[in-house]
Write a protein that binds this ligand. Sequence first.
Ligand SMILES: [Ca+2]
Ligand SMILES: [Ca+2]
Ligand SMILES: [Ca+2]
Ligand SMILES: [Ca+2]
Length: 377
Amino acid sequence: MKQFNFFKSKYAALVLGCAALFFSCSKDNNDDPILAPEVGMTVDTQAVEMTMGETLNFEAINLNDAVYSSAWTIGDSLVSSVGTYEFMPETSGEYELTYRASNDAGEFVFDYNISVAALIRPTTPDSKAYVTDLFEFLPAPGQFINKSPGNLESAEGVLNGKNGLVSLGAWGGSITLGFDHTVLNSENEKDFIVYGNALPTFSEPGIIWVMQDENANGLADDTWYEIKGSGHDLEDTKRNYSVTYFKPATADDDVAWEDSEGNTGAVVKNMFHSQAYYPEWITAESYTLTGTMLPDTNIDMSNPSWITSAAYDYGYGDNTTGGDEIDIADAIDAEGNSVSLQGIDFIKIQTGVQADMGWLGELSTEVSGIADLSLLN
Ligand SMILES: [Ca+2]
Ligand SMILES: [Ca+2]
Ligand SMILES: [Ca+2]
Ligand SMILES: [Ca+2]
């Protein structure tokens, strides 16, 4: 709590009370026996910084024995109606806390802007460079789904190294993974690397999402921020886009889809993969995936025996040979605004292009491992 200056006496608080709202400290009118509130705040700075897990006690001190009602509000919510408020944030982020003392003679108001930083899990000598936890494997339908490299075992195989391989299926399929520590956002440096199986002339870009454990519960249930790659500003890139995949009647049938713009298509069966393409552990008749779609314009099928898919410059998984290094500073929020993250705990990779490449089948992002660059030799 060293960042706060607490008043050591009511005298000092009185000075603040008058300084902060001098008009409520005016002399009482002799005709009016009601005293306007004169209040001193024990936390006397409007901008307050704290970290998840900390508790901060706010107190409003009645300096003139006036009779008034107290109200502490965060946004529209009344959180306390006495002179004190114990703030225990459930998640990191920005909070606007207001204290209001009022009676018929006047009002005293004090606003706080509280910035709650996410908890950083520091690296230790035992920290692993590679992701250690699988939170979700939710592929789109595809030729490799329901077998290696597109089953749960494949997804678990990308933990603790870079020699696994998991295919995420067609557009929107994803895997959510976590580190055993917080990957810090190093200034002006790339922070983590996503390994895939891209070839020099064949990339299958996957959108990368990052998340802080804002509520410090160890689960990937917080806010996803998207890494803005070099294709994000293209005219045909679509954010907040969805595709619904429909369970086919039999394993031999194509998987039909409809997108959020009313377009329809199919993940088309080919002669190489006889198993069902629709994830067999999904029992619902359809499921919908949401994310960002990059255009398929990097794919060149003019020579059917030599189909190529050029890489984007930066910012995607399964994009360039040797792995794709990512800067957490490229994270953006849902509105596309840049966000400043101190570090990240969770990561999601999601197939970013919807493309039927003929005999090669659908474009599908692969992941073979993800590592914290600061812990790699
Ligand atoms: Ca960085
Ligand atoms: Ca969480
Ligand atoms: Ca693939
Ligand atoms: Ca690939």
